[in-house]
Every structure is written in C-alpha cells, then in structure tokens.
Design a protein around this ligand. Structure first.
Ligand SMILES: CC(O)(O)NCCCCN
Ligand SMILES: [Zn+2]
Length: 667
C-alpha cells in the first residue's frame, strides 16, 4: 500500500500580484502562499511530507481543458504593457493579469499533474499542491475569479487519460461555486463534481442560476453534478458535517471513485472576507479524514481560494496533518445544522433522489423552490461591499495534534503474533488479580476468577486503556476469550481513568453490556434480529437485515452512526464484533477507519478469539492508518435496512441534531 504525503510548493508562484487598483481582486495576494508554507514549516510538517517539484504545464496539458485560441491569447500576456493587461482582463470578470502570471499558471497546473502522477503511481498515498493562481472558475476560453487555467479540471482529465482512471470524485469545498469544473464535467458520468458555495439565492458572486441545487448534470452526466448552495452566511461545523454525512459521503461511496480530487479552497473558513462563514480551521482536518477512506486513500488536494491570512494557514495545517495521519482534534459542542442548511440539504437530496439509491427514500419535496425570488432582506446581508470593514472576528488557534509515540498496540494470544503488521506494539501485561477484577466487575463468578485467560484479557484491557490515557498509545486491538466481560470491564475502567464518555459500537445480537442510564456510555448496536426496546437514548439498536447488506450497513454508518458519534463527542471509542457477525472485512475496516476521526483516534477494537486472521490483520492495518479497502461498486441497500435507519433517525433527530436531514416543518 502506498504511504507518504506529497507537498508541492514553489515560491515562483508568489511572483505575480495585482498591479492596479481593483477592490475585488486585491485579496488574491502572494502572501497567501507565503504564510501557508511558513505555517507548515513552523509546525514541522514540511519535513514530514514528500517534497515534490513543480513543472511547467505543456500546451498539450493545457489544451486538455482549454481552447487553442484562449491559450494563444494568454501566451501574449507576458509581453503586454500595464494598459494592455488591464484591457485584456476586463471581459473575463473578477480576474487580473501580470507579466508573470502565465508562467505561474503553468506551474500551478504542473504542480497538480506532478501530484496526480505521484499518487497514481503509488509514490505517495495522498498530497497537497499549494498553488496560485487558483483554477476552478476558469473555463474553456475564459479566465474568471482569479483563475487562469483550471488546475483541477486538467488534473482530472490528465488522470483519466494517462492512468485510465474511470471514476473521479471532485470535492470543491471552496466557498465559491467552481462553475468552470461544472461546465467541464456536467455531461461526464465518470466525474462526480460536488461543490458547496455561498449563494444567497443567486445574490452572491458569480450569481449564476446554474449554481443552484437543481443543476444535476446533463445527458449521461445527469446526477453527477451536485451543488449545495449556502443561502445564508454564518455556516459552521454543524452545517459542513451535516452535508458530508447526508449528501456527499453517501453518494461518494455509491459512486465508488478511484481517485479523489480536492478543490481545497479555504475561503469557507471563519474570518474569510469572501465566505463570511463560521467554521473554524479544525473542521478541515475532519473533512479531509472523512474523504480518506474513499478510493483507497488516493487524494489530491489542490489549493483554490482562501483570503484570511490567519485562518488560511491554520486550515492548510489542519488538512496536511490529517493527510499525514495525525490524530484529528475533537470538536466539542456540536449541535445541529441551521434551518437554511437543512433546506438546502433537503433540496439537493430530493432533486438527486432519482439518480442515487442512497436517496431513494427521500421525500420528493425540495426544501425550497430554486426559482422563488428572495428579497435581499431574506437573503441576509449581501456580503461585504469591497473595502467595507469586517467586524473583528476571532477564534482560538487550533492545537497542534501531536501523535502518541506508538500508534497501535495489540494484545493477542500466543501463536497469533505474526498475524498483525510489524509496526504494532505487542502488549502482554501481567494478569489482573482476581481482587482487581472483582472490584470492577462485581458480577464475576468464582470460576471467572480462576480463569487465567479472562484475567489476562482484563489485564491487557486495563493496560491499553492506561497507555491511551497516558498518550503513549493511540489505539489498540485485543483478541479476547470473553467479549462481554472484557467489554464491560473496558467501559468501567475507561470511565474511571480516561473519559466520561465512551462510545461502544457493537456488531452482534446479544447486547454486550448492560446500558448505563447516566449517559456516560453510548451503545450503537448493529443487530440482525429485532432488539428489545432500548432503555435509554444512549442505546441505539440498528436493525441490519442480515450483515450481508453492506450498502445498508454503510448507509447506517454514514448517516446515523457518524452524526451520533460527532454529536456525542466521546473520549474513547470501543468497537467490538460479536461472534459470526459475518460483516465483511472491507465494510468492517471502513467502520474502524471512519471512526478514527472521533476521540482523537483513541480507540480499542475487541475481537472474539477465533476470528479469522484476515480480519485481525486488516483491522490492525486500519488502526495503523492504512486506508480502508474500497467497497467496490455497491448495490442498493435493502429497503428494510433503509426503512429501519430512517425510522430510527426520525425518532432520535430531536435529541441528536446532526441526524436531521430536512427542515422540521417539512413532512
Ligand atoms: C478561487 C476563488 O473561488 O476563491 N475565487 C473567488 C473569486 C471571487 C470574485 N468575486
Ligand atoms: Zn473561493
């Protein structure tokens, strides 16, 4: 499996700037790259990445997405006078030229293509290209929105052509609509373009009717263009995560991309004059993590926008740390998305219902009609007039997410030692004394207290929890003779010595532990037989019509388990698979990968002794940060599974706000 994170940056791309007065373009300054790269250096991240050089794009590269006449016109700009440059820019809109911008634009493309090469050849697992000028607004024969050539469009076409990549997912989290990407791929069913963008019912730049949610793609590309408009400013992590859980990730998994291209614009971060949103930089560490379980981890991030010189570098560092596999910081205080976000989420899901099985059950009623004219008042403030003072917004600087010295520790019975990768640290702790065991697990009976294997597994669990608490170890894997007793002990010990909130995800029918009513344990139990009525809102039985229903299981993980887990914000995750739960290895590692975005990745996986070695090894690999195996092309989830999840969501969404998928007032 490929490993390593590429970082592509060249200071030559800082050598162009606005040469005249233009209040719109003045925010696109060279310092954007300078401060971002400096922040990576200061955080010690540059030396942990694989530094790759830029190269100049060739004409052939550029002509993948642009017309000859446009390229020939741009070729003349290095020789233009100031007057000519100004005149040349006017017809394009919100873009400026400079004698060196053509050179830098070729380097931005070349950086993107070198990144695609490195990822597609397995030289690295993922990477980021810190480039300017950005690209996602530029079109076949048009510069626009600070963009000259469309870096990500060319990167995508290049990957398809050179590496025969079939399906490419483009995620554009820049706060502006990358209409250039939409136009380029809207008829192509092999490229799924997802963009969220400040829209305010067409009142925000680029004010395009086709940026609304009902632009779903054309012809064979219908369904493969997803626009999520933000009709109000002030969106925060609740809104961003909700869109990932209920729109982007379900479709992305169904699409099953072979490569993920990320139009990483950070003007969607707090403090940005363009976005005026409220999501703090940590969110990009989570959004990146949630995309890394797709396409076998092949992820190429390319910088687009981002104009606040404080939140931009912070967001870049959050993204790079996650690409490197560092623990993701906890986001506490999550509650629920805004009403406006829910209207957009509902609209997108209903208009895409006919194209995606994951939305099959969605009511066909949009959250709002795209055509209704909305008064300026209704659309909220119409953004900052150029030069208007932004009120002082401040946010805490994200903490450095230091990885513990050991990532994964394992406690396996003798003989299974070589079933996990070398880099796992072995734990073979002393037995727990019967007194210690009885003290925590009152209900142990006499033969238990004589059961050496049980006492050994309790000792191992205690030791692993303590190592995690001391930040010596991030996560662990244990094979245990008695899952129930060991889980109960793990919960007890963790609540005493590590955290006051434990999330237990259990695959199996018999409830693994008695559920506490103090809210200190959340149990999400995937079961295939109708469970008895749960006693508390912290015991969530998820009916899976047989564990063979991988699409159904995944749907429940993305749209139910993750929102619950993020809303609960546990300090430790326990994952346990009961005997013969028959969940496929690929689906299981998707679960253990995705859940590492919670609790700073502090997780214990407990498996019943006797589980096949393949599952043990892949689980350990997932805990070590190996990308989850892609699930392959998913069939449709079983209707019963979808119904069970929907019923559960409706029941729980008032208590767990991130479960909501539409405005409350909608049926
Ligand atoms: C790359 C970008 O999306 O940040 N460009 C924004 C241009 C805004 C013009 N009003
Ligand atoms: Zn932007």
């Amino acid at each position: 499996m490929a490993s390593g994170t590429a970082l592509i940056y060249d200071e030559e791309m800082t050598r162009y700037k606005l040469l005249w007065v233009d209040p719109i373009c003045k925010i696109e300054v060279p310092e954007r790259l300078v401060v971002s790269y400096a922040a990576l250096q200061k955080a010690g991240l540059t030396q942990r990445c694989v530094a790759l050089p830029v190269r100049e794009a060739t004409d052939e590269d550029i002509l993948l997405a642009h017309s000859t006449e446009y390229l020939e016109a741009v070729k003349k700009t290095p020789y233009m006078t100031l007057e000519e440059l100004m005149t040349f820019a006017v017809p394009y809109g919100d873009v400026y030229f400079h004698p060196n911008i053509y050179h830098c634009a070729k380097l931005a493309i070349g950086a993107t293509l070198n990144l695609v090469d490195a990822v597609m050849t397995g030289k690295v697992r993922n990477g980021i290209a810190l480039v300017r000028p950005p690209g996602h607004h530029s079109q076949r024969s048009t510069a626009n929105g600070f963009c000259i050539f469309n870096n990500v469009a060319i990167g995508t076409l290049y990957a398809k052509k050179k590496y025969n990549v079939r399906r490419v997912l483009i995620v554009d989290w820049d706060i502006h609509h990358g209409q250039g990407l939409q136009y380029c791929f809207e008829e192509d069913p092999d490229v799924l373009y997802f963009s969220w963008h400040r829209y305010e019912h067409q009142k925000f730049w680029p004010n395009l009717r086709e940026s609304d949610y009902d632009s779903v793609g054309k012809g064979r590309g219908a369904g493969f263009n997803i626009n999520l408009p933000w009709n109000k400013v002030g969106m925060d992590s609740n809104d961003y995560l909700s869109v990932f859980f209920h729109v982007l990730l379900p479709v992305a998994y169904e699409f099953n991309p072979e490569l993920v291209m990320l139009s990483a614009g950070f003007d969607s971060a707090i403090g940005d004059p363009e976005g005026e949103m409220c999501a703090t930089p940590e969110i990009f560490g989570h959004l990146t993590h949630l995309l890394m379980s797709l396409a076998g981890g092949r992820l190429c991030a390319v910088l687009e926008g981002g104009y606040n010189l404080t939140s931009l570098p912070q967001s870049v560092c959050q993204t790079v740390q996650t690409l490197l596999g560092d623990p993701v910081s906890r986001i506490s205080g999550l509650s629920s998305p805004s009403k406006s976000a829910l209207e957009s989420i509902q609209s997108v899901r209903s208009v895409h219902q006919q194209y995606w099985a994951c939305f099959k059950h969605v009511a066909a009623k949009p959250g709002y009609e795209p055509h209704t004219k909305h008064s300026k008042l209704e659309a909220g403030q119409d953004g900052l007039q150029p030069g208007e003072e932004t009120k002082e917004i401040s946010w805490p600087e994200p903490l450095l997410r230091l990885p513990p010295p050991t990532r994964t520790a394992v406690a396996l019975p003798a003989g299974l030692e070589d079933s996990v990768p070398e880099s796992c640290k072995r734990v073979t702790e002393t037995l727990l004394t019967p007194e210690e065991a009885a003290e925590k697990l009152g209900n142990l009976n006499i033969q238990d207290l004589k059961n050496k294997d049980l006492l050994q597994s309790l000792g191992n669990v205690q030791s692993l929890v303590d190592k995690i608490e001391k930040k010596q170890v991030r996560n662990g894997l244990l094979l245990v003779p008695d899952l129930r007793k060991t889980l109960a002990f793990a919960v007890q010990h963790a609540l005493i010595s590590l955290t006051d909130r434990v999330l237990l995800v259990f695959l199996g029918n018999e409830a693994p532990v008695e559920v506490r009513v103090d809210g200190k344990l959340m149990l999400v139990q995937f079961c295939s037989t109708e469970p008895h009525e749960p006693k508390s809102k912290h015991h969530i039985p998820v009916m899976m019509k047989g564990f063979g229903d991988v699409p159904g299981f995944l749907h429940a993980v993305l749209t139910l388990l993750l929102p619950l887990a993020y809303g609960y914000d546990p300090g430790l995750i326990l994952v346990a698979m009961g005997k013969g739960s028959g969940m496929g290895v690929a689906a299981w590692t998707q679960l253990t990968s995705l859940l590492q975005g919670l609790a700073e990745g502090q997780m214990l996986v407990l498996m019943q002794q006797g589980d096949e070695e393949e599952t043990i090894r892949t689980t350990a690999a997932s805990l070590l940060g190996e990308p989850a195996q892609s699930l392959g092309t998913l069939g449709d989830p079983l209707p019963e599974s979808m119904d069970a999840v929907e019923k559960l969501r409706l029941k729980l969404e008032t208590q767990w706000g991130l479960l909501q998928t539409r405005g409350q007032n909608l049926p």
